[in-house]
Write a protein that binds this ligand. Sequence first.
Ligand code: NAI
Length: 261
Amino acid sequence: MSTYAVTGAASGMGRAVADKLAAGGHTVITVDIAEATVRADLSTPAGRRAAATAVLERCGGRLDGAVLAAGLGPAPGRDRPRLIAEVNYFGVVDLLEAWRPALAAADAAKVVVFSSNSSSTVPMVPGRAVRGFLEGDIERVLRTLRVFGKQAPTFAYAASKIAISRWVRRTAVTKEWAGAGIRLNAIAPGAVLTPLLEQQLATPAEAKQIRRFPVPIGGFGDPGQLADWVVFMLSDAADFLCGSVVFVDGGSDAWFRADDW
Ligand code: NAI
């Protein structure tokens, strides 16, 4: 049986993944600002350091895999772009950089990062914001997004998910990751019926936008089914998966950019 760290495990898809892994007999170290084995606020550097250290202590320096599901959606609010940037991007990168030696200590470790199909379907996301993330410069990200005013959380969300997908693809193929036997991949869901989406659906203007969004297969994704994909991406069947962003989104990404290859 294996040992996994799962962030964002108090709710939604992270919770569904943690439950399925535990039901499979694995040891799961959960990380969340709410109910979790390791309670930590991933929106601050100190919170991320504390979370990373606590997980390393609990796993004894060896992790068979990790799932990075903690995230914030594009809800309104002045401080929201900063929180989105901190949790959705740095809450992944800082933890994974700290956990890399423990992942390398396992045999064929697997990591699944939650991206989103917002990474390919939101238009006009400034490249400067995405580069700001990849260069670790959060102030540059926030300065760039200020022009969007009330729409800034939407663009912060999309930029954070583009940046994390690029980070996954760049990092996955390096000698420190693939070369150390670690399989690093991302999953990019479409609209999945979790508390995050329910919060957006509760605002009439956002609900209208979400319901108008093209989803060829129709409806919303199911958190349990998304968790099944993640569990598959952690399994031996995924030994040859490396640096992939797997879209599970009812066809929206294909609808927008079928020929974009
Ligand atoms: P959710 O809101 O149900 O769960 C997110 C979890 O992250 C919660 O348990 C929350 O407490 C935790 N979290 C938030 N801020 C935190 C912080 N500062 N420190 C520690 N933990 C924190 O969300 P859901 O829908 O399960 O989302 C999971 C991931 O999937 C997120 O990264 C989200 O961006 C992504 N996603 C979700 C989609 C959806 O339609 N639900 C679509 C595409 C991507």
